[in-house]
Structures are given as structure tokens and as C-alpha cells.
Design a binder for this molecule. Structure first.
Ligand code: AMP
Length: 293
């Protein structure tokens, strides 16, 4: 995954947000040798790495999932990743793994995440680069990114290092997203995600009714359910506010490139999954996979 190497180089200079600065960074990113790494920046482990972008037919899909926190990006991105055989990379998971570690950034990160704020572009790109590098070593090709990019600066850096084929923008009413986030639970033992919320919203103001059944845990997980520290109502609303402020422009960024597929979730997984496969023209793939199972 040559994109990894380019990302690693770009990570060294990812803190400014202007387009000109981003263009400058891209130039610098492809010309810096390891010994020229700026002070304090991550080292460049891939000196002399390949700079060519792989055309789409030589690699697996490179997709981005956009949408408010809690909309269901993780659910659909992970299902598609299994169907297409590409890694699902959620930067929120990378951040949570880092929080669980005893690394030097863990305490500072926890404070930021628990307030619903974004961590710095530099930290997030470092975490993503490390994850891509690990995947590359295992022979992974392609990806579905979930939770990245979340700022225009991140989108510009990504654009400078690799090609994104498609951006799926999941949409759901904000009041429903809040209910869903407050219902989220994770099993402290097996790590599986569940949702206790039963969403049953009547049609109003021209908006369709929406029903989403809860995703209940099996009995053995029931007593081990945990709530994410950042799933309180105050933090959820703050994350939505920050999403609207920082990440809506990312939608515009990809809209201008004509890469966005807008998808209004019609309900829970049973209603939404077949419809998503239909709009992505992946029904045949699903049938083949089921037949082979
Ligand atoms: P998520 O699970 O996607 O809601 O992410 C959890 C938290 O991780 C977010 O509230 C941010 O603090 C942090 N985070 C995840 N992805 C990013 C990103 N691309 N940029 C900055 N912060 C991020």
C-alpha cells in the first residue's frame, strides 16, 4: 500500500490548515529524506518509497464513510469490508486503542475525546499511518475509512497521498442519532457492539417514519455491558456540533470532486443494508458470498 508511505511522510507536516500550506506540505512530503525530518515530527521509515499512485484496477477499493458520529458508519463500513475483503479502518477505534494503552499521549487524549473534541491532525494521521503500515505488512490492499477525514486539512492530506474512489455519506435525523448514541453499549468481555435503543419515530413535517429495532446482546454479554465515556448526552451533542462545524466542509470538499454517494438510512440494518447494497450495485456480490458460505 504505497499510500501508507506517502501518508507517513505527509504526517510530519500536518498541522496547518490552509490549502496553500497543504500543497506545500505535499511537495515537501515527497521530497524529504529521513535525515531531513523536522524536529518533533514522526520519523520517515520508508526512505525512497514508491511514489506512483496505483490505478484502481490494480488494487482493492479505497472508500471513505462520512456521516455524523453515531449514524452507523461503523456498522455498514464493517459489513462492506467483510463483503469486499478490504480492511475497515475506524480512526475512533485507533484512538480508543491508544487510550487503553499506557502511551505518553493517553491521558491528554482521554481529556480531548471525553469532551467530544477532535484530536490533532498530527496525532490522528500518525495513528492511521501506523495502522496502514501494519496492514501493508500483512498484504492488505484497499480500505474503507470510517471517521477519517474529519477536517478539510485531513481530506487534503489524504488527497495528496492517495486516490479515494468513492465517499458514502450516511444520513439520519439528528434527534434519532442522539437516541442511538445514548443506547450504544459494548460488551466488556467480547468487545461486540449492541444498541438498547428502540427508535420508533412517526412521520412528521414531510419526513418519513423511522423504525429501528434494538440490537440486543445475548444473555452472556448482558451483565458485562459498558457505555463509552463519550456517549453522554452532553458529549454526544458536542460531537454533533463539532461535526457540523468541522466535517460538513469535508462533505463539500468531496462533493466538488463528484465522489459523494448520499444515503438516507431508511431504518435499521434489515431495511438499510439491502438498500445500500442495491445503490452500490453489490447485491450480486452478497449473493455469491452467501452461496459460498
Ligand atoms: P468516533 O468513534 O469516530 O466517534 O471517534 C471517537 C473520538 O476519536 C472522536 O470524538 C475524536 O476525539 C477522535 N477522532 C476519531 N477520528 C478522528 C479524526 N479523524 N480526527 C480527529 N479526531 C478523531
Amino acid at each position: 500500500m504505497a499510500a501508507v508511505q506517502r501518508l507517513l511522510r505527509a504526517a510530519a507536516s500536518s498541522s496547518s490548515s490552509s490549502a496553500a500550506a497543504a500543497a506545500g506540505r505535499r511537495r515537501m512530503a515527497t521530497s524529504l529524506a529521513p535525515e531531513q525530518t523536522p524536529a518533533g515530527a514522526p520519523a520517515f521509515p520508508f526512505a525512497g518509497a514508491e511514489r506512483r499512485r496505483r490505478p484502481a484496477h490494480e488494487r482493492n477499493v479505497q472508500w471513505v464513510f462520512l456521516g455524523c458520529p453515531g449514524v452507523g458508519k461503523g456498522t455498514y463500513a464493517s459489513r462492506l469490508s467483510r463483503l469486499l475483503g478490504v480492511p475497515h479502518i475506524a480512526t475512533g477505534d485507533l484512538v480508543r486503542d491508544e487510550l487503553a494503552s499506557t502511551g505518553p499521549d493517553a491521558v491528554q487524549l482521554k481529556e480531548i475525546v471525553n469532551q467530544g473534541k477532535l484530536v490533532s491532525d498530527e496525532i490522528i494521521i500518525n495513528l492511521l499511518s501506523k495502522r496502514l503500515k501494519k496492514g501493508e505488512e500483512k498484504g492488505e490492499s484497499g480500505f474503507i475509512l470510517d471517521g477519517f477525514p474529519r477536517t478539510v486539512n485531513q481530506a487534503e492530506i489524504l488527497d495528496g497521498v492517495t486516490d479515494i474512489d468513492m465517499v458514502v455519506n450516511l444520513k439520519l435525523r439528528e434527534d434519532i442519532i442522539v437516541q442511538k448514541c445514548l443506547g450504544r453499549r459494548i460488551c466488556g468481555q467480547c468487545g461486540k457492539n449492541f444498541n438498547l435503543a428502540c427508535i420508533d419515530v412517526k412521520a412528521e413535517n414531510g419526513l418519513p417514519p423511522i423504525y429501528m429495532s434494538p440490537l440486543l446482546p445475548p444473555n452472556n454479554c448482558m451483565s458485562k455491558l459498558l457505555t463509552r465515556d463519550d456517549d453522554t448526552e452532553e458529549v454526544v451533542r458536542n460531537r454533533l456540533r463539532i461535526y457540523n462545524q468541522m466535517s460538513q466542509p469535508v462533505e463539500d470538499f468531496y462533493q466538488k470532486q463528484g465522489k459523494v454517494l448520499e444515503f438516507d438510512l431508511p431504518g435499521g440494518i434489515p431495511e438499510s443494508w439491502p438498500k445500500l447494497l442495491d445503490v452500490l450495485n453489490l447485491e450480486d456480490q452478497q449473493e455469491m458470498k452467501l452461496a459460498a458460505a
